[in-house]
Design a protein around this ligand. Structure first.
Ligand SMILES: N[C@@H](CCC(=O)N[C@@H](CS)C(=O)NCC(=O)O)C(=O)O
Length: 236
């Protein structure tokens, strides 16, 4: 297992051990990163952020990511004097892809396959810009404003539209994965959100979107997934 948990007392870049350090509380967005690192067998440090205590809003963290949100990655392996600090889970995913997926197992750069590369970008933007956004709003209204049925229907419908895009793409690609012959970073980015729709929002994925359901269950069966979704702790 490539992960090494580091002390929660660490609050500055200068205190970090060498290499990659991922900062995060429980979140679907960190699951794609821990799974990818696990699949690549890349060693990394993990600094848990205490979400309940709002550690992500503390000044030391705001200095690293002014948005006050996780996950966040710091790499000081490349150049000790210029530490690389990246937020936004999909830019972190692309950073790992470009720097650590050296055999291009789960990622195709533009220089290798232009078609696939732009498909990768498309599904990464779709996942974060549409699926997560509408799904989170849908969940928020269901939990906090149950009587706002118009808003609930609107966000649920928007979520279903993205699920339909994913299902149609799986039908076209015919490999059981979204864009490539095997697992790719877009499947890795999307699976935590298929999981949320199915297990948190109780969407009948198996009946409504059977190929998406098969993809989700296939990813969940991987040993690397079983290990990586426990980091920092299981979260839907
Ligand atoms: N677009 C950002 C979203 C970051 C985000 O919203 N993170 C959530 C966890 S999934 C968070 O930090 N929530 C705590 C907060 O907003 O205080 C990404 O992809 O990393």
């Amino acid at each position: 297992m490539p992960v090494k948990h580091i002390s929660e007392k660490i609050q500055s870049v200068d205190q970090l051990p060498s290499g990659l350090t991922l900062f995060s509380g429980p979140s679907p967005n960190v699951q794609k990163l821990t799974l990818y690192l696990e699949l690549l067998n890349v060693n990394y440090n993990f600094r848990v952020i205490n979400r309940v205590a709002l550690e992500q809003k503390e000044e030391w963290f705001i200095e690293l990511n002014p948005q006050g949100k996780f996950p966040l990655l710091i790499d000081n392996r490349i150049d000790e004097s210029k530490k690389l600090i990246i937020s936004e889970s999909n830019s972190i995913l692309l950073y790992i892809a470009n720097n650590y997926d050296q055999e291009y197992k789960y990622f195709k750069p533009e220089s290798l396959d232009k078609q696939l590369y732009y498909q990768e970008l498309k599904y990464l933007f779709l996942q974060e810009g549409a699926l997560r956004l509408t799904q989170f709003q849908w969940k928020w209204y269901v939990e906090h404003q149950k009587d706002k049925t118009e808003e609930i229907d609107r966000f649920k419908n928007e979520t279903l539209i993205v699920h339909d895009v994913i299902e149609r793409q799986l039908r076209v690609n015919k490999t059981g994965y979204l864009i490539d012959k095997g697992l790719n970073i877009v499947d890795i980015a999307i699976f935590p959100f298929l999981k949320r729709s199915k297990y948190l929002l109780n969407l009948d994925l198996g009946n409504l979107f059977p190929l998406s359901n098969e993809l989700l269950e296939r990813v969940l069966q991987l040993n690397e997934t079983k290990i990586s979704i426990e980091i920092p702790s299981p979260a839907l």
